[in-house]
Design a protein around this ligand. Sequence first.
Ligand SMILES: CC(C)(COP(=O)(O)OP(=O)(O)OC[C@H]1O[C@@H](n2cnc3c(N)ncnc32)[C@H](O)[C@@H]1OP(=O)(O)O)[C@@H](O)C(=O)NCCC(=O)NCCS
Length: 162
Amino acid sequence: MTSNVTPFRNIKHVSLLWADPERAAELAALHARLFSPAWDEASITSSLEHPAATSLVAVAGNPKVIVGFILGQLVADEAEILSIGVAPDWQRAGLGKMLVEGLARASKRGEAKRLFLDVAEDNAAALALYRKLGFSEVGRRQRYYVSSDGSAIDALMLALDL
Ligand SMILES: CC(C)(COP(=O)(O)OP(=O)(O)OC[C@H]1O[C@@H](n2cnc3c(N)ncnc32)[C@H](O)[C@@H]1OP(=O)(O)O)[C@@H](O)C(=O)NCCC(=O)NCCS
């Protein structure tokens, strides 16, 4: 479901829910606003239906719309963030932090010891968020992403002890 109405921008009015595959189309629409190339509905559905999926959505407003998401996986004692995004009109309100901390809590309850992610080395907003939350660099994947102008960008591999 999509809405043109921006719910009151206060994270006190935001709830974190397990991501339901039934909301894959709404998630795909938000993903497409934030990433290029974006994940299509089928990819998001298969990520959410994966047995290892540990994914959350942040919802707000009435009716509730998805204003942020974090798609993760938990395998043995390692958790991974596959994708995270916050709707542009909700950014810098604390939602990204809320989503990462929510996934970290859920992963820890699932007995994960570390939370991993890959981030493009030029993604200043995401790097600032992860550094603030205590992630540290554990590796680099050379030329892992392709930017919109076709140039290659390294991925930094970050990890957080849970
Ligand atoms: C990265 C992203 C998820 C951050 O979400 P957010 O809700 O805006 O983040 P928060 O409000 O929780 O920010 C927490 C802290 O992270 C840092 N931060 C977040 N965005 C920042 C920015 N644009 N510039 C500098 N620092 C930033 C700040 O330290 C911020 O704390 P502050 O606002 O008190 O200064 C969001 O910018 C986004 O969806 N980007 C597009 C998709 C994307 O790049 N995803 C990450 C892929 S690895």
